[in-house]
Design a protein around this ligand. Structure first.
Ligand code: NAI
Length: 397
């Protein structure tokens, strides 16, 4: 079987196993070049298989020598389908970490369930040294089953109050198109908070604490987004923004609880806009990100997830270069929201047309990063070599 990139409606429909491996190795090389830092040793990452969660896992394993447990929800290989990018990322991360003598345990299943909490806790007690000193919460999901009531909630990325029309760009044809998203109903707002708000984060912290597996000085962080004016209607002030504000209230409670119990810390990390499978389908976001990448490349501050999370973990969560705001959130996104940067981005967004898209924005970078998420466009991978399905099926996460 030969696997080619298939992108329809800005959604990737295929992933290349060895391309994913190459993307993992590229991130590991970046971390090794940057050098090691003093950080946590036993880490649990919820949402560890792609983008920010994966980048955090790589930065902590290869930058701080941490053993890691990763939880993710990924589809594996079957007779007719190859498995998601996250499936291969889990496999190849584990291989690379074990090569360095690090523990790397993958749990594939529903992180929102009590069963998953119990499995992870049992593993920590039996095989992971009994304690963790960091929990990273990096889940992004379209739905969540509440473990208490059994009800399932679906999240929606929608504006609140009135419909929003913005320009998006097709990753297949580079054509710009207008996209209108209707305003969310009250129920959609509530459901998005249920899925992407802080409730599940708090359940995890309490379950881990009650089981006695949190080390003295334990930290936990959740990745949030605020973003610029250009995406406020659809993001910051939309359903997802509402959920993110809920995580901030949760962070205050978690912080008070763990600082009291074990001298630890619970904090939200407002992260920068990066190319991910979810961001490509949010109206305005790909155009905004393309403009942003152009400016931030010019000023030497463009960051991919691995660069952003390495800096955040080394300099902020475990370093002395913390930047916090009035709501006690850590703000590595300050580079993105810098006034000068945003002014340039706004100018570009006003001027962008299908003809000048490639010249005045970093569209090609956005597209390249999008392909890399699924293991395409990476150097050193022979995409014409047929894949041995039986060998791939024998690889376990
Ligand atoms: P992603 O879609 O690349 O990764 C999500 C992860 O969650 C994957 O590992 C997936 O397997 C896992 N997952 C989803 N549902 C699950 C379930 N039920 N059980 C177990 N695992 C599950 O998302 P991305 O972009 O890395 O986002 C992570 C967090 O960072 C989100 O909270 C997002 O809002 C936030 N963020 C993202 C930004 C962006 O530009 N992409 C910017 C700032 C914050």
């Amino acid at each position: 079987m030969i696997v080619q990139p298939i992108v329809t409606g800005n959604v990737a429909r295929s992933a290349h196993p060895f391309g994913c491996q190459a993307a993992i190795e590229k991130q590991i090389d970046y971390v090794k070049q940057q050098g090691s830092f003093k950080g946590p040793k036993k880490v649990l990452i919820l949402g560890a298989s792609s983008s920010y969660g994966l980048a955090s896992r790589i930065a902590l394993a290869f930058g701080a020598g941490a053993d890691t447990i990763g939880v993710s929800f990924e589809r594996g290989i079957t007779d007719d389908r190859l498995g998601t990018a996250g499936w291969w990322n889990n496999i190849f991360f584990k291989k690379a970490a074990e090569r360095e003598g690090l523990l790397a345990k993958n749990f594939i299943g529903d992180a929102f369930s009590d069963e998953m909490r119990a499995q992870v806790i049992n593993y920590i007690k039996a095989e992971f040294g009994g304690e963790i000193d960091l929990l990273i919460y990096s889940l992004a999901s379209g739905f969540r089953k509440d473990p208490k009531t059994g009800s399932t909630y679906r999240s929606a990325i929608k504006p609140i109050g009135s419909a929003f029309t913005g320009t998006n760009v097709s990753l297949e044809s580079a054509e710009l198109f207008e996209q209108t998203i209707e305003a969310a109903s009250e129920e959609e707002i509530e459901h998005t908070v249920k899925v992407m708000g802080g409730e599940d984060w708090e359940l995890w912290v309490h379950a881990l604490h009650d089981a006695g597996v949190l080390a003295e000085g334990f930290k936990t962080t959740l990745y949030s987004y605020i973003g610029p004016e250009a995406t406020q209607a659809i993001y910051g002030e939309g359903t997802l923004g509402r959920a993110k504000r809920h995580t901030e209230e949760t962070a205050d409670r978690i912080d008070a609880f763990i600082s009291d119990k074990i001298g630890g810390e619970g904090i939200v990390c407002v992260s920068k806009a990066v190319t991910t499978k979810a961001s490509a389908v949010i109206p305005t976001f790909p155009v905004y990100a393309s403009a942003l990448y152009k400016i931030m490349t010019e000023n030497g501050r463009h960051e991919t997830p691995i660069m952003h999370k390495y800096r955040f973990l080394k300099d902020m969560l475990y370093g002395q270069k913390r930047e916090t705001d009035e709501a006690s959130r850590l703000r590595p996104d300050n580079w993105e929201l810098d006034e000068g940067v945003q002014k340039h981005v706004k100018d570009i967004m006003k001027k962008v047309t299908p003809d000048n898209l490639r010249d005045i924005t970093g569209f090609e970078m956005f597209k390249q990063e999008f392909l890399e998420l699924n293991g395409f466009g990476l150097e050193g991978v022979d995409y014409n070599r047929p894949l041995d399905i039986d060998k791939l099926k024998a690889m376990l996460p």
